[in-house]
Design a protein around this ligand. Structure first.
Ligand code: 26Q
Length: 838
C-alpha cells in the first residue's frame, strides 16, 4: 500500500496564531435583504459562472443554497473550534442510513433567513417557491430507521450537544418508484446528477480501509501480537454536511463516506499490462458506496452489504481516533470523550474494529481494551421480527474480515466462560446465548454481539423494549441486569410541524407564543383552546387548507382528482405484511362491495379518500403483489359511478420525505394497524398525531404511548393485544375460520378472488388470496371484524365535525412528548452522559 492517507490535522494549527481573523469566525454575510441579494448574485456569478439573466433554475437554486450555506459557515467553524477546545464528551451516531429529506427549507428555517431570502429573490425576479421544488431529496435511507437518525441529529444540534453523524454517501439512494400497469417498477435515484451544494468533500482526509487477506502473529519485544495482512484496500473519502440547530447558532457535522479505489488496488493488474482491466477493476472498490440496499426487514446477507458496513464504521472510528481527538490523547480515557451509538446492528462490526485498533495497532492489553470498548458502545434495536435480526456467515466474515472474526470468537469465548461461571454447564443456555450460532449455518449473531458489547441496549418504544427484554433476549437481561432500557422514538417538530404545516404552526404561535418549537410539551397549553369554538374553527380551516394544498400537489404531480369534503384516510409507510396494508385494503373493498351489491346505500357511507404511499423491497414478491392489488382496486373503485363522490383510492408513487411533508398535515385519519407486537415503534404515527390526525391503531409500538397520552376518547383502538396474538398463535391460528365467521370479510375476499379487480382473471391475485386464507402470518383476518367496528366508530365521530376537531386539537396538545428533542434528552441522561456544550 503506497497511498498516504494520514489526514492533516487542523486543530490549533500554527497558522491560527499569525492572523487575528484566522480564529475569529468570518462575518455572517447575508442577514439583510440587500446583503442577501449581493451574496446571491455573487454566488451566481463566481460559483456558478453565470449572469442572472442567463442562469438556469438549477443555477439559481445552487446560488441560493450557497448563500444559505455561507451564512451557516461562520457558526460551523466556530462550533468545530469550540468542540475541539472544550474536549467534552460527544456522540458519534453510527448509522448506515440518514434519510435527510430536502435541505434548503430546513436550513432557511434554522438560520431564520426564510423571509429575507424570499424578499431578496423577489427583488431579483426569482420565486423562492419554485427553487424549493428543484431540490432532489437525499434519500439515503429506507424508512423509519434512517429518518429517525435524521431527526436525532437535528435535535442534538438544537440542544447544542456535540455530535458527529457517521454514515455512507450512497451515490444512489432509495430507488424511485414508478407504477407500470399498477405494478412497482424501480428506477435508480441519481440524486447527485445536478450537483450537491450541501456537501464538502475532503479527499485529503481520506482513510484507507482494508479487506480480506489473512492474519499472522509476530514477536514484538517478547510479546506475541497479531497483525492483519489485508488482501485489498479502498479509500474512504469524507463528505461533510452541516447540521444546524434551530436558530441557536449551533452547527454540528454529518460525515458521510464515499468509496474510492486506491492506487494500490489495481497495481498488480497494471503491472501485468492490462490497462483496461486495471481501470475496470477500480469500479469494484467504488461499488461499495454505490447504492443503498433497498431492504428493510429481511437482510439477504450479501457480501457487498457487509463491505458497506465495515467500510463506513472503520472509517468513522479511525476518523474519530486520529482526526478528531488530539494527537496525545490517552485512549484509556476514551469513554470520557465519546459514545458510539449503534443504530441497529448495521454498524456492530465497529465493536471488533475498535478492539483491533486498540490491541493490534495501539498495542493495548486485551482486557484493558475490552474495558474501554464496553463503555464506548451502546446499541439501539429497531425490530422484533426474527427474520430481520442480522447474522453473517462465519465463512463470509472470515474471508472479508479475518482478524475481526478472530476477535469475535475471543469475545464470545470469554463471554460464554462468564456465563458458565454463573450458570454452570447449562448447554441450552450456552447455545442460546452464544454470539456464534451453529445452525442452520455457522454464523455471527450481530444483535448478540451488540448486546454483549454495549453499555446499554435500548428498544424504541415501551412495548418494544419490554418484548425485547422479556421475549427476544431474556437470558441477556438476566445476565446483564440494568443493561436494557427504553427510549421512545420522537420526530423533529422543526421539519414535521413547522415546515410541513406552516399554518398550524402560525396558529399555535398565535395561541402560545414562539417557544413551543423547542419545548414541545408546551403544546399542552392548547388543551384549553380545544374548548374555544373560534380556535376550533381556525384549526379546522388550517386542516381544510392543507387538504387543498395536497390535492393541488397530487393533481399536478400525478394527475389525481381529489374530491372536496372527503375524510382523508391515510396509510403511508414501507410495504410489509406485518404492517397490514391488506387490512386497510379489505376495509376499502368491503365498503365498495357493500355499495355495489346494494346492501348499503352509498349515501350512508362516509365519503372518504384513501391515500396509500408505500415502497416494496424489490425482491419482496408478496409486497409487490399487494401494491399491484391496491392499484387495481383503485382503478376499479375510482372508475365506478356507483361509488362516485363516496370512495376514492389514491396511491401516489414514490412516497418519500418530501411527499410525507405534504400528506401528513392534510390527513384526518392515520392508519397504524400493524399486528400487535410487530411494529417496534413507528414514527409516522407521531407525525400524524402532532398534525391533528386521529389514529386508528392497534396496541403496538408507540401507538400504546400515543393512546395513553391522548386518551381513549381520542384514539380508535382495535385488534388483539400482543398476549392475545401469542395465545392465538399457540392455539393454532386458522384464518379460514375467521373468513367463515364474518360475512363482510367473506364478501370482500370473494370479490378479490373473483377477478373483479383483474379484468376477470382470477389468477392474478390468487397468491394474495391464498396467502390470506391459508397462512396469514400477520393475522389480518383475525383482526378484521374488530377493525371494521372501529372504522364504524370513526364514521360516527367524523359526522360531528366540531367534536372531531376537538379531538384533533387534543391530539396535538398531548403529543409534545414525541419530540425527538425529548428522545435525545433521554439518551443523554440515561445512556450517553453528554451534556450540551455552552
Ligand atoms: C440490514 C441488512 C441488510 C440490508 C438491509 C438491512 C436493513 C436496513 C434497514 C434492515 C432494517 C432497516 C430498517 C429498519 C427500520 O426502519 N425499522 C423501523 O425503525 C423505526 C425507528 O426506530 C421504527 O419506528 C419502526 O417501527 C421500525 O420498523
Amino acid at each position: 500500500m503506497t497511498e498516504e492517507t494520514t489526514p492533516s490535522r487542523s486543530a490549533d494549527h500554527p497558522l491560527g496564531a499569525t492572523h487575528p481573523l484566522a480564529l475569529a469566525p468570518v462575518a455572517a454575510p447575508a442577514s439583510t435583504v440587500d446583503g442577501f441579494v449581493r451574496e446571491f448574485l455573487r454566488n451566481l456569478n463566481f460559483d456558478r459562472g453565470v449572469a442572472l439573466t442567463s442562469s438556469t433554475p438549477n443555477d439559481r437554486y445552487m446560488a441560493l443554497a450557497y448563500t444559505v450555506r455561507d451564512y451557516l459557515m461562520a457558526r460551523w467553524l466556530e462550533d468545530l473550534r469550540r468542540q475541539r477546545h472544550a474536549q467534552a464528551k460527544g456522540v458519534c451516531y453510527l448509522s448506515a442510513e440518514f434519510l435527510l429529506g430536502r435541505q434548503l427549507d430546513n436550513n432557511l428555517l434554522a438560520t431564520g433567513l426564510t423571509d429575507i431570502a424570499a424578499d431578496a429573490l423577489a427583488q431579483c425576479g426569482v420565486d423562492l417557491d419554485e427553487l424549493r421544488q428543484l431540490e432532489v431529496e437525499p434519500g439515503l435511507g429506507n424508512g423509519g430507521l434512517g429518518r429517525l437518525a435524521a431527526c436525532f441529529i437535528d435535535s442534538l444540534a438544537t440542544l447544542g450537544v456535540p455530535n458527529i453523524g457517521y454514515g455512507i454517501r450512497y451515490e444512489y439512494g432509495i430507488f424511485r418508484q414508478t407504477f407500470v400497469d399498477g405494478q412497482q417498477v424501480e428506477q435508480p435515484d441519481a440524486w447527485l446528477t445536478l450537483g450537491n451544494p450541501w456537501e464538502f468533500p475532503h479527499p485529503e482526509s481520506a482513510r484507507t480501509i482494508s479487506f480480506g487477506g489473512h492474519t499472522e502473529t509476530y514477536d514484538d519485544e517478547g510479546v506475541t501480537r497479531t497483525r492483519w495482512v489485508p488482501g485489498w484496500t479502498v479509500r474512504a473519502v469524507p463528505y461533510n454536511y452541516m447540521v444546524p440547530g434551530y436558530q441557536n447558532g449551533r452547527v454540528n457535522t454529518l460525515r458521510l463516506w464515499s468509496a474510492q479505489a486506491t492506487s494500490a488496488f489495481d497495481l498488480r493488474i497494471f503491472n501485468s499490462g492490462d490497462y483496461a482491466e486495471a481501470v475496470r477493476a477500480r469500479t469494484f472498490a467504488e461499488n461499495i458506496s454505490k447504492v443503498l440496499y433497498p431492504e428493510d426487514s429481511t437482510p439477504q446477507g450479501k457480501e457487498l452489504r457487509l463491505q458497506q458496513q465495515y467500510f463506513f464504521v472503520a472509517a468513522s472510528i479511525s476518523d474519530f481516533l486520529d482526526g478528531v481527538l488530539p494527537d496525545d490523547f490517552d485512549l484509556a480515557k476514551l469513554p470520557d470523550r465519546v459514545i458510539f451509538q449503534l443504530n441497529d446492528t448495521h454498524p456492530v462490526i465497529g465493536v471488533p474494529e475498535l478492539m483491533r485498533v486498540l490491541v493490534d495497532e495501539r498495542k493495548m492489553e486485551w482486557d484493558a481494551a475490552w474495558e474501554i470498548t464496553r463503555q464506548c458502545f451502546a446499541y439501539t434495536c429497531h425490530t422484533l421480527l426474527p427474520e430481520a435480526l442480522e447474522v453473517w456467515s462465519v465463512d463470509l466474515l472470515g474471508r472479508l474480515l479475518p482478524r475481526h472474526l478472530e476477535i469475535i470468537y475471543r469475545i464470545n469465548d470469554e463471554f460464554l466462560a462468564e456465563v458458565r461461571e454463573r450458570f454452570g454447564d447449562d448447554e441450552m443456555r450456552l447455545r442460546n446465548m452464544s454470539i456464534i450460532a451453529e445452525y442452520p449455518q455457522r454464523s455471527v449473531r450481530m444483535a448478540y454481539l451488540a448486546t454483549v458489547a454495549g453499555a446499554k441496549v435500548n428498544g424504541v418504544a415501551e412495548l418494544h423494549s419490554q418484548l425485547l427484554r422479556d421475549k427476544v433476549l431474556p437470558d441477556f437481561n438476566e445476565f446483564f441486569p440494568g443493561k436494557f432500557t427504553n427510549v421512545t422514538n420522537g420526530v423533529t417538530p422543526r421539519r414535521f410541524v413547522r415546515l410541513a404545516n406552516p399554518d398550524l404552526s402560525a396558529l399555535i404561535s398565535e395561541a402560545l407564543g414562539g417557544t413551543w418549537l423547542t419545548d414541545l410539551e408546551r403544546l399542552r397549553e392548547l388543551e384549553t383552546f380545544a374548548e374555544d369554538p373560534q380556535f376550533r374553527q381556525a384549526f379546522a380551516d388550517v386542516k381544510a387548507a392543507n387538504k387543498r394544498r395536497l390535492s393541488e400537489l397530487l393533481r399536478h404531480r400525478d394527475g389525481f382528482e381529489v374530491s372536496d369534503g372527503h375524510m382523508l384516510d391515510v396509510m403511508v409507510k414501507r410495504l410489509h405484511e406485518y404492517k397490514r396494508q391488506m387490512l386497510k385494503l379489505l376495509h376499502i373493498v368491503s365498503l365498495y362491495e357493500g355499495i355495489v351489491s346494494g346492501r348499503v346505500a352509498a349515501s350512508e357511507v362516509t365519503a372518504r379518500t384513501f391515500i396509500f404511499g408505500a415502497k416494496a423491497a424489490p425482491g419482496y414478491l408478496m409486497a409487490k403483489r399487494i401494491i399491484h392489488l391496491i392499484n387495481a382496486v383503485g382503478s376499479v373503485v375510482n372508475a365506478d359511478p356507483r361509488v362516485e363522490g363516496r370512495l376514492k383510492v389514491l396511491f401516489p408513487p414514490n412516497y418519500n420525505v418530501t411527499l410525507a411533508e405534504r400528506v401528513v398535515p392534510a390527513a384526518d385519519l392515520s392508519e397504524q394497524i400493524s399486528l400487535a407486537g410487530k411494529e417496534a415503534s413507528g414514527t409516522g404515527n407521531m407525525k400524524f398525531a402532532l398534525n391533528g390526525a386521529l389514529t386508528i391503531g392497534t396496541d403496538d409500538g408507540a401507538n400504546v404511548e400515543i393512546r395513553e397520552l391522548v386518551g381513549d376518547d381520542n384514539f380508535f383502538l382495535f385488534g388483539m393485544r400482543e398476549p392475545q396474538v401469542q395465545e392465538l398463535s399457540d392455539r393454532g391460528y386458522r384464518p379460514s375460520e375467521f373468513y367463515q365467521a364474518d360475512e363482510n370479510l367473506r364478501r370482500a375476499i370473494d370479490l378479490i378472488a373473483s377477478g373483479a379487480f383483474s379484468g376477470g382473471d382470477r389468477s392474478v391475485f390468487e397468491p394474495v388470496v391464498s396467502n390470506l386464507l391459508y397462512e396469514d402470518r400477520f393475522m389480518v383476518l383475525a383482526d378484521f371484524t374488530s377493525y371494521l367496528e372501529a372504522q364504524t366508530k370513526v364514521d360516527a365521530a367524523y359526522a360531528d365535525q366540531e367534536a372531531w376537531t376537538r379531538k384533533a386539537i387534543l391530539n396535538v396538545a398531548r403529543c409534545g412528548f414525541f419530540s425527538s428533542d425529548r428522545s435525545m434528552r433521554d439518551y443523554i441522561e440515561r445512556i450517553w452522559h453528554t451534556p450540551p456544550l455552552r
